[in-house]
Design a protein around this ligand. Sequence first.
Ligand code: BGC
Length: 760
Amino acid sequence: MKKLFLTTCLAFAACTLFAAPKTAKIRTEQDINTYVNKMTLEEKVGQMTELAIDVLGHWEDGNFVLDKDKLERALVKYKVGSILNSPGPVAQTPEWWQKTIRTINEYSIRNCGIPCVYGLDQNHGTTYTLGGTLFPQNINLGASFNPELARKAATITAYETRAANCPWTYSPTVDLSRDPRWPRVWENFGEDCLVNAIMGKSMVEGFQGTEKNIDKYHIGTSIKHFMAYGIARTGKDRTPSYTPEYELREKHFAPFKACVEAGATSVMVNSGSVNGVPMHINAKYLTQWLKEETGWDGMLVTDWADIDNLWKREMVAANKKDAICMAINAGIDMAMEPYDLSFCDLLIESVREGRVSMERIDDAVRRILRMKLRMGLFENPNTDQKDYPLFGSAKHRKVALDAAIETMILLKNENNTLPLQQDKRILVTGPNANSMRCLNGGWSYTWQGKNADKYASEKNTILEAMQQRFGYSNIIYEPGVTYNNEGLYWEENEPQIAQVVAAAQKADIILACIGENSYAETPGNLDDLALSANQRQLVKELSVTGKPIILIINGGRPRLINDIEPMAAAVVDILLPGNEGGDALARLLAGDENFSGRMPYTYPRHSASLTTYDYRVSEETGTMEGVYDYNAQVNVQWPFGYGLSYTTFTYSNLRVDKPEFRNGDVLTVSVDVKNTGNRIGKESVLLFSRDMVASIVPESRRLRAFQKIELKPGQQQSVTFRLPANDLAFVGTDGQWHLEQGTFKLQIGNQHCDINFIAD
Ligand code: BGC
């Protein structure tokens, strides 16, 4: 750290040898045009380049130190316009970030007056900053069905990111979590495109604020990863996806469209290929769909090293130069290189050879400068830490705690096992019981989230929260199974189940905390969707004791538990609730709070029966009539939207103002919801539709709207949705939207009604 300070001083000293650096006077769109006309090709290409911070320094005594020569080379000689990421697997203080980004900016501004745009993956809070607030991951926010939570989490994250002098995040992620094998399921808001669209939009508004220009308490966003990233045929990260274009248009494109229409400053591209074409060279989707059709004037950044991947992994280009030309011509504006400055040389050559037009370069640079302008970087390239007194404050933590409470899902509660009685002795067991790493998941302090227990040591694991809430003397702890935190994310140590079974004799009830250890991206690939054999064995042996078992599932994707679920009296899925997750769970288990989360994806029961709630109707076939007796029903563990509460809600009186409707109509759909239990509770009211007959096989159901309400015992509320008729349309094989004559079924809770579309 000391060394860094010295380097920083050197940097400032070097600056003073030159005229005091000033930012370019870019205040308007017109200024951007004038400026771009004056820029050299080298300056323009520099703006289009993004490097990882590792390129700017070296490690000394465990500290990352910025290096004057490297800063000069990247930022002054090559005029690189953007830097990203945290150096190595360590988290840094806000003070470190302030100084580091300030130093980088000094060099950038000296170069051609254009401040650097620094980007970080603030996926569930201030990922790489010590002392910041870590919220539940996006999959939890999806489970809350409450867009206000997403907005609040993003607003606070933006504030705390600016406190560390960073103006830009690669968030929110709105890929669809439609394949449980994929290691990035938890980075999104679940399997449904409407939930991702609404949550994504709320996050954009939270991060950026609602004004076109972003103030010093807000940051720019990069919506990722455009598009169809999460449905790889292999289930493995960054491998090819195949899907009909009508699904692309209707489902995968929808959240990106919603976010760019909400003013998102940038979009990051899917690393993989879709229908054989790497997304990074797909001009149709990048330029035509995303930029031209929506009129979006933001900028497109590659994902990590994805131009290189075009020739090294995807084999669609013979060499780097060809790959660069293909990507830039398809619509890429900024290359997240992230280590190699040859990108600049090769792109300059390509422009001189006429392989990339100056018009395309100017368009890219205008988009990048526009983003910097919106972030206010020309006026104030740096922030002042003093302006952010609420960084990591109790106020922010409270929002994270409330969010965690609203995102946990009660899936089973036989004989009112929960809430737990105060005087019972509870055996807490399982590898997830005493781990901040497990509560947070990946993108927590470091990329893989491995060191969360060190960095969040003052936060409560499930065990610690249980001890505090139920009294130390009432809690017995025996993990039985533990993760090997030095190894791969799925590695476990030799299990010690007999000790747990022995300890169970002294307990009244067992809290088995099972699931996954943290991972991110490709290292999180898996071979078997089932929960680990050791963990299932632990539960099986405990079930023999006859003590009631509560399963706490804690992980980033649904792992199969069909053999142990019947042994549990209660099941709670907490997904990845973040730093306040332990306390949130203890409060819910004690009954201080009520459950209101719902499954954000379809939780599979069997490895060969993977589906989503909006499957095409013919994917499910019942017992056949006649002599053949077969059953092809897809049997899931828990359906999308499922979740219990300590209270009960009843639905009645579903009504629609226009049972017969025509093009352009807006339907008003209402239902009465009553809290029929004896506790206050929140309920997510979900409106589904089904097209009964269509010219392509219709979907079983589609979520069309949702609203979360809170009701006191006995209270009834009428919930109303405005549903534009066009929302019921589908995309056909011709790529066009169709609303076909005939019957649609609407469903809310157990209420159904039919409505008829009359085509003109
Ligand atoms: C990930 C992105 C991330 C980027 C920058 C990539 O490996 O796929 O989600 O934003 O790295 O850290």
